[in-house]
Design a protein around this ligand. Structure first.
Ligand code: ZN
Length: 327
């Protein structure tokens, strides 16, 4: 191993993924286990620790190579405590870094998956050499991260940059966070699904019901209905897209980014959601900040979490000379 490496961990509600990742993006010894979230935090952290130790031994990783972990949040990356996460039942103020370090005997960095995603895009993805980035992960929920002049912006406790909970409509739908009219309540996988399920119970839901058949309705079914010309499905995605455009406009005004990178499964809807988003965005942003800014789709795919975790470890433990990110 000539180049620097780190151990990367992608902790999800369904799977734990671990790999050795090099500074140029080479992925080695990638392995995964079911999270088994129902067993509680100690069992899950034990599983992660054992998997790290196994991968490190298999790959011949040196004892001083650090670990980066991308986890669902909210969590405090300074204290290493996971406060709460909806996908992992029973997690409440878990001292994650302390517990994991005791098993792997290595330095451990922890951050939420959205902030890790932003770091991953800068080191390995579309945003290489970009110092001012807004990253949006449109998945079941909406996460993301902000990098300004090469610095990850995450606030006094590292809890910041909850971009999905930007309010885009004061009288909008209720969000899972308790607020009203969040971007996530319009354009996330769960929001699109909930609205489509509602439409399917009405006279406008014929095509959604026909395409879904016996399957539960999800964003992909809405997309297929829209492509076949279904007006209700088109209107739903148009509304989601306009909410996204309004949020992107606000991010442009706040952060003056060089690039917005869109990741996550909902991004696969492509122009069905990005078309109306790009049409709406100019109404909500200053022209001088919009000029020259680009919007890109993430290309990291299934490796997004691992790349983000690796970038976090490289940044936090300074393994890459001349990294543009600093804390
Ligand atoms: Zn919210």
């Amino acid at each position: 191993m000539d180049e620097q490496h780190v151990l990367a961990v992608d902790l999800g509600g369904t799977n734990i993924r671990v790999a050795v990742i090099g500074e140029s993006g080479a992925v080695e010894n990638r392995t995964q286990l079911p999270t088994g979230a129902e067993d509680g935090p100690d069992a899950v952290i034990g599983r992660i620790g054992n998997l790290i130790n196994q991968v490190a031994a298999d790959a011949g990783v040196a004892a001083d190579v650090p670990v980066g972990v991308a986890s669902p949040g909210p969590l405090n990356p300074r204290s290493g405590v996971v406060h709460y996460t909806p996908n992992l039942p029973g997690w409440r103020d878990v001292p994650f870094v302390e517990k994991l370090s005791a098993i792997v005997h290595r330095d451990v960095a922890l951050a939420n998956d959205g902030n890790c995603g932003a770091l991953g895009e800068v080191q390995f993805g579309r945003a290489r050499n970009i110092k001012n980035l807004v990253y949006l992960a449109l998945g079941t929920g909406i996460g993301g991260g902000i990098i300004s002049e090469g610095v990850l912006i995450d606030g006094k406790n590292g809890l910041g940059a909850e971009v999905g909970h930007t309010v885009v409509a004061l009288d909008g739908p209720r969000c899972t966070c308790g607020s009203i009219g969040c971007l996530e309540a319009f354009a996330s996988g769960w929001a699109i699904q909930a609205e489509a399920e509602h439409i399917a119970t009405t006279a406008d839901g014929d095509m959604l019901r026909e395409i879904a058949g016996d399957r539960p309705i999800h964003a992909g079914i809405v997309a297929e209905a829209a492509r076949r010309g279904d007006l209700a499905a088109k209107a739903l995605l148009d509304r989601a897209g306009r909410a996204l455009g309004a949020a992107m406009g606000s991010f442009i005004n706040m952060f003056d980014p060089e690039m917005i990178v869109i990741g996550g499964g909902v991004a696969a809807l492509g122009d069905l959601i990005m078309g109306p988003a790009k049409l709406a965005m100019p109404s909500h942003s200053f022209i001088d900040m919009r000029a020259g800014m680009t919007i890109e789709y993430s290309a990291l795919g299934a490796h997004t979490g691992l790349y983000g975790a690796a970038a976090l470890a490289f940044v936090q433990f300074g393994k890459v000379e001349g990294s543009i990110i600093s804390r």
